[in-house]
Design a protein around this ligand. Structure first.
Ligand SMILES: NC(=O)c1ccc[n+]([C@@H]2O[C@H](COP(=O)([O-])OP(=O)(O)OC[C@H]3O[C@@H](n4cnc5c(N)ncnc54)[C@H](OP(=O)(O)O)[C@@H]3O)[C@@H](O)[C@H]2O)c1
Length: 397
């Protein structure tokens, strides 16, 4: 395909859509002409990183012959990804902790019930040895593709480094040792402006993955998930106000459903145009601010709009206090981090950011899929939030 600008539009067979992709070269020409390197701009700097091999073409032609290992399979997105891959006929193994799910409430038997069409292996990602022994059966089990939906469940400082970086790295290292061809990573669009620990941990992993010359990758950076925006549906239904920061227009996002995101991640396995790319991705329709989300909610509930606008400065004060105490009491470090996470999502858009100006660009944020936030709000207003719990996450992660 010929790239005509820094943003190219690509026809996609499944679902609705066009998938715009960012070319990371400083010019589209160089990204197409360079065989061994691609230029990548990040934080306003141009880095040159080795170009990983292209492996899509080398996968077995039938999905049933492609062995896929999913880590983080028991998470909100991981569950959908695992079952989507099964429904597409891949030979899927879910690698799961012995106690999994929110608060570790699921037993091994519970986990097996989640994935009736996948093999389920149990172990941790805490060390390479554990991954090697339990997921790769000491080298006796090989996987063509690894899909990682691993993420810290809390967003806390130590847990982020342990999971978003180290556990994911353990899996990558064992996968490379065992000849895995491709690594599909669930990341987050917000790592483009990394102010929070979990973003820094994810970015460090992304950078190391991109440098690997023996395994190809797709780094999927979604915008907001539906679950992260549904928290106020029930309280509004009960007559409460819709609470937002500032004028409700400080930040916008293009929310994507777990089902659409799972399909997109599955496409990364076969679609050569998604290989060795960082892929920001949002759902269908226009970008929505908090004010627009709230207005939509009142409209579909046929209720008179009632908003509470909280000055963002309140959060800054809370963060300062928490940071102060974190300086004395180590156990306050995560509380301060959670305050910063809340502040970040109140003020930063989940859209592609122009690296030169720092401006968020709705038009440059690719859309994918068919599920809309409006339909999701309608569903939650009827069925409640079952299955959409934020779980151990203290704040929107
Ligand atoms: N929320 C949003 O709107 C949003 C938007 C864009 C991107 N994202 C990103 O999407 C990613 C996934 O989100 P999610 O909501 O699907 O996550 P999640 O529900 O919290 O799931 C996390 C997964 O990682 C596993 N995990 C956590 N700690 C582990 C550890 N120490 N060892 C092994 N496995 C561990 C969990 O296993 P257990 O079941 O055993 O705990 C679970 O399978 C995150 O990176 C997030 O930043 C989120």
């Amino acid at each position: 395909m010929r790239a005509t600008s820094s943003l190219t539009m690509q026809k996609n067979n499944s679902a609705t859509c066009c998938v715009p992709r960012r070319q990371f070269s400083s010019s589209s020409k160089s990204s197409l002409s360079s065989k061994n390197h691609h230029h990548r701009r990040r934080h306003g700097m141009t880095r040159v990183v080795p170009k990983a091999v292209a492996n899509t073409a080398n996968l077995p032609s039938e999905n049933k012959d492609v062995k896929v290992l999913v880590v983080g399979a028991t998470g909100y997105i991981g569950k959908f990804v695992t079952n989507e891959l099964c429904s597409q006929g891949y030979d899927v193994t879910a690698y799961v902790r012995p106690r999994s799910g929110i608060g570790g409430k699921n037993t091994e038997a519970d986990a097996k019930k989640l994935f009736t069409n996948a093999k389920v292996e149990f172990g941790t990602c805490g060390s390479m040895e554990d991954v090697e022994k339990n997921a790769f059966k000491d080298g006796g089990e090989k996987y063509d593709v690894v899909v990682s939906c691993l993420a810290s469940r809390t967003g806390g400082v130590k847990d982020s480094w342990d999971v978003d970086y180290q556990a994911t790295k353990n899996v990558l290292d064992v996968a490379r040792k065992n000849g895995t061809k491709k690594f599909v990573l669930l990341s987050a669009i917000c790592v483009q402006k990394p102010l929070l620990t979990f973003q820094k941990a994810k970015l460090k992993f992304e950078e190391e993955l991109e440098k690997c010359e023996d395994i190809s990758y797709s780094i999927v950076r979604p915008t907001a998930f539906f679950k992260s925006l549904a928290g106020q549906v029930e309280s509004v239904q009960k007559g409460g106000p819709y609470v937002m920061f500032g004028d409700g227009q400080l930040a916008s996002c293009k929310p994507i459903s777990e089902r659409d995101l799972a399909k997109y991640m599955a496409e990364c396995i076969r679609d050569a145009s998604l290989e060795n790319k960082v892929l920001p991705i949002g759902g269908p329709g226009k970008a929505l601010s908090a004010l627009e989300q709230g207005t939509m909610l009142f409209e579909l509930l046929e209720m008179e709009p009632k908003f509470v606008k909280v000055p963002i400065e309140i959060m800054d004060t809370v963060i300062k206090v928490l940071d102060f105490f974190a300086g004395f009491f180590g156990n306050m470090t995560d509380a301060a981090e959670f305050g910063k996470i809340g502040r970040y999502y109140a003020a930063e858009s989940m859209l592609v950011m122009d690296e030169k100006t720092g401006e968020y660009k709705a038009d440059e944020t690719p859309s994918y899929g068919t599920d809309t936030l409006r339909d999701f709000f309608k569903k939650v207003s009827v069925e409640g939030l079952a299955g959409q719990e934020l779980g151990d996450q203290a704040v929107f992660k």
